[in-house]
Design a protein around this ligand. Structure first.
Ligand code: HPA
Length: 264
């Protein structure tokens, strides 16, 4: 199998990287379960694409097997990941259609399987999250969008809930007071596992709606999908361009980790 160092993870409304040559569908078996992927080449570069909700979006957020997804990418040899997510906005100025390069998260999930370190192998690992997303990849994304004159917001805090329901207006008010900028149901577990696996990971979030209580109407999945569909080509273009622009050498600390024996 060809070694693939770069990957894209797509979410709601972003199910196919298109433009890949030598496309292949692949199911990778891992000790955490199986993951469904597409592989191919973009301008000669091997690329993996993973739809986090599975083939045909059959998994709700709280049932996504993030561990299998991340383990499968690692197994292929992936070290650099660009991920996209649809998000609700907690800020009036972040209107639908805004692209945000996330730089922090607050994790409110409780039901998602979000660590590789359960202590079964006698190891305890406390991973540093001072910089939750790869600074090198974030910079590459920003440079590509600046060059293409695509407007974006550089930095934002992503609140992750378990879903699958949307939030209450009271929750949104609380999240906003806590410093959240956008809200979604998938990012924290994915970012955590990428870092635990030593992989560089950056996220491009697309605001699809105002969050509950800020939006003048009840939220619908349809508005999320419609906005994502509208911007899918643009996000694809940004990601594929960025994959070409990523320097071969990593200048970040995403691959560095400390391990302790249990009981120490
Ligand atoms: N809340 C949670 N997840 C979302 C939203 C939202 O408003 N929009 C898109 N994903």
């Amino acid at each position: 199998m060809m070694k693939i160092e770069k990957a894209i993870i797509g979410g709601t409304g972003f199910y196919d990287p298109l433009l890949l040559e030598e496309r292949q569908e692949l199911t990778v078996e891992t000790k955490y379960g199986s993951a469904y992927l597409l592989t191919g080449r973009y301008k000669g570069i091997p690329v993996a694409f993973l739809a986090r909700h599975g083939k045909g979006h059959h998994l709700p957020p709280h049932r996504i097997n993030h561990r299998a997804n991340m383990a499968a990418l690692k197994e292929l040899g992936v070290t650099r990941i660009l991920a996209t997510t649809a998000v609700g906005s907690l800020r009036k100025e972040l209107t639908a259609g805004t692209i945000v390069i996330i730089d922090q998260f607050i994790d409110f999930t409780k039901g998602q399987n979000h660590t590789f370190y359960n202590g079964e192998d006698g190891k305890v690992v406390h991973t540093d999250f001072t910089e939750p997303y790869c600074p090198q990849l974030r910079k590459c994304l920003a440079t590509v969008m600046e060059k293409k004159e695509i407007p974006f917001v550089n930095g934002g805090t992503y609140i992750t809930t378990d879903g699958p329901r949307y939030e209450t207006p009271a929750e949104i008010k609380a999240f906003s007071l806590l410093g959240g900028d956008v809200v979604g149901m998938t990012n924290a577990p994915e970012a955590i596992l990428a870092r635990e696996a030593g992989l560089c990971y950056a996220n491009l979030s697309l605001v699809t709606n105002f969050a509950a209580g800020i939006s003048p109407h009840p939220l619908t999945h349809q508005e999320v999908v419609e906005m994502m569909n509208e911007k899918a080509d643009l996000i694809r273009e940004i990601f594929l361009e960025t994959l070409l622009a990523i320097p071969a050498e990593r200048d970040c600390l995403c691959g560095v980790k400390e391990e302790y024996e249990l009981g120490q």
